[in-house]
Ligand binder design. Structure first.
Ligand code: B12
Length: 475
């Protein structure tokens, strides 16, 4: 079979991300004996023309579209990405009648709504690397694919979804040959990091989150030795800025420790990062292990430093762990990005001040704080029920593809933004969503790269903001 895979993500903010999912599917499909062409639309000027010429030149038997983002999760400057999807499907349809399947993180979040957008055969929810080759085999033999686990489709206007099944799971860490599939030089020059996964699954129950839906709530671990080998292999090919993209890196803690120990044993020369650490399993032993493993940056997703809001979000930790984490960060050498989400259930003016006070007091000049205000509501999450109960959401569940956000009815979003702005004026290492959405951020990345800076760029937030302030362009 000739398989055309298209990675549809064209979002370069806050920086372009390499499409690990599409690359993993490409690799797995090729290993199953298919001929694969991967078209990455990230740096293309005219997506539909590129897609049309790929279809005309390659004559695919099957087309797979990888869909990552629905929107940018930004309440004030919302960008919806899926209008592009319609155009891409239409462009393919003008050139071929080959079946089109969708896959990617977005399909785990709202499969029915996204499937409705285009004239496609169906989608794969979850592990594409095992399901997609199976699907291609079935199609090549002229068979019916509707019984394959993890597939969703419309049948006479009714949405059908087969439960997933852990078929052919491999504990080997998937590190695709990115140079083979992507323009890695373009990604590197934008300070993109190279993604790698040490496991799938998330067992947390945060009220707003979709991770357990995308990856399942059971952990499936990659063998630590294979993670270390993959890191060493990537670094040896020049891809040294590697980011662990697990839902939460340090849960289960023992696995994270084993991965760090394996990394410390090999001479990999990579600069590692991960932005998803939970303060629950966060101690000196972990940070020492991460230092030995070669981490140069990390992020803690706190969301809030108020017990009321942490409870409202069901984060599973309290301000005690938050304060302990701050102590641990201070004792170690890895720069830390603290990530906050303001406006959650229970948020009031007082709780916002509590969080900002924590940030002002405990986040040192080496580290940064990212604040997002307003939480994207996804259908089927507990946040959706909370929002409906509180009367702040009236849209029908099937009408939530175009972004809708939650802000606690006990606080005014405008007031939060103003308080945040005041804090940002005092602390040059604080950033809000406006900073991540700056139209000239890609230019800053490219200049940084030429000056020899390497990810994560946020380590240089203070100096960058100072320069922008001098130029009258501070966020
Ligand atoms: C790590 C991460 C990041 C990192 C990425 C670092 C990096 N170097 O890659 C950072 C922090 C930079 C980031 C940024 C953003 N992220 Co993010 N991120 C994630 C996270 C946690 C993991 C993504 C990942 O790499 N997974 C591992 C790979 C292997 O999985 P995968 O790509 O999904 O592929 C698998 C399947 O989907 C499937 N598949 C994939 N493609 C295809 C194609 C076909 C044909 C088939 C059949 C199957 C298939 O098979 C693959 C292998 O199993 C997810 C949540 C999650 N748990 O998925 C959110 C997630 C992808 N992010 C999301 C968002 C919104 C963003 C931002 C827009 C946030 C922001 N405002 O800045 C930006 C966008 C960046 C960009 N330029 O596009 C959303 C996207 C969906 C949505 N809700 O809109 C997610 C799902 C989280 C959420 N809120 O629900 N992110």
């Amino acid at each position: 079979m000739k398989i055309l895979l298209v990675s549809t993500n064209r979002n370069t903010l806050p920086m372009p991300v390499m499409p690990i999912g599409a690359c993993v599917i490409a690799h797995a499909s090729e290993r199953s004996g298919h001929t694969v062409h991967l078209l990455d639309l990230m740096f293309t000027r005219d997506a539909t023309t590129e897609v049309e010429s790929a279809v005309t030149g390659f004559h695919p038997d099957v087309v797979g579209l990888s869909i990552r983002n629905i929107d940018n999760n930004d309440m004030r400057n919302t960008v919806f990405f899926l209008d592009d999807l319609r155009k891409i499907v239409d462009a393919i349809r003008t050139k071929t009648g080959a079946p089109i399947f969708l896959g990617g993180a977005a399909m785990g979040v709202m499969p029915e709504e996204i499937l409705r957008l285009g004239n496609v055969s169906g989608c794969v929810i979850g592990d594409g690397e095992t399901i997609f080759p199976l699907l291609a085999d079935r199609i090549s033999r002229g068979g019916d694919f509707h019984d394959i686990p993890g597939i969703a489709y419309f049948e006479n206007g009714t949405f059908r979804r087969n439960p997933p099944a852990a078929i052919g799971y491999s504990a080997a860490c998937p590190a695709p040959d990115y140079h083979r599939w992507l323009n890695t030089a373009a990604y590197r020059s934008h300070l993109a990091t190279v993604p790698i996964q040490t496991k799938t699954g998330c067992q947390f129950q945060c009220v707003y989150c979709t991770y357990p839906r995308i990856e399942g709530c059971t952990y499936r671990l990659k063998e630590p030795g294979s993670v270390a080998e993959a890191v060493a292999r990537l670094a040896a090919t020049g891809l040294r800025d590697i980011e662990i993209v697990d839902s939460v890196f340090n849960a289960p803690l023992e696995h994270a420790m084993n991965v760090c120990a394996a990394l410390a044993r090999v001479r990999h020369r990579a600069r590692l990062q991960c932005l998803e650490l939970n303060p629950l399993f966060f101690d000196d032993a972990l940070l020492t292990a991460m230092e030995r493993a070669g981490f140069v940056g990390m992020g803690i997703t706190l969301e809030s430093a108020s017990d009321t809001v942490l409870r409202g979000l069901k984060k599973g930790f309290t301000t005690r762990e938050v304060h302990d984490a701050a102590e641990v960060v201070r004792r170690h050498g890895i720069p830390c990005a603290w990530i906050f989400l303001l406006g959650g259930p229970g948020e009031t003016e007082e709780t916002v001040k509590e969080t900002l006070r924590f940030a002002g007091k405990h986040i040192g000049p080496r580290d940064v704080a990212f604040f997002n205000t307003g939480i994207r509501i996804y259908p089927g999450t507990e946040l959706e029920s909370i929002a409906r109960r509180q009367g702040v959401l009236s849209r029908a569940p099937g009408d939530m593809l175009s972004p809708v956000f939650y802000v606690s009815p006990d606080v005014d979003a405008l007031w939060v933004e103003q308080e945040l702005k005041k804090s940002m004026n005092r602390h040059m290492n604080f950033l809000n969503m406006d900073s991540l959405g700056l139209s000239f951020l890609p230019t800053i990345h490219r200049i940084g790269y030429r000056l020899g800076l390497r990810p994560p760029l946020w380590r240089h937030t203070r100096i960058i903001r100072r320069c922008l302030r001098l130029a009258g362009m501070d966020v």
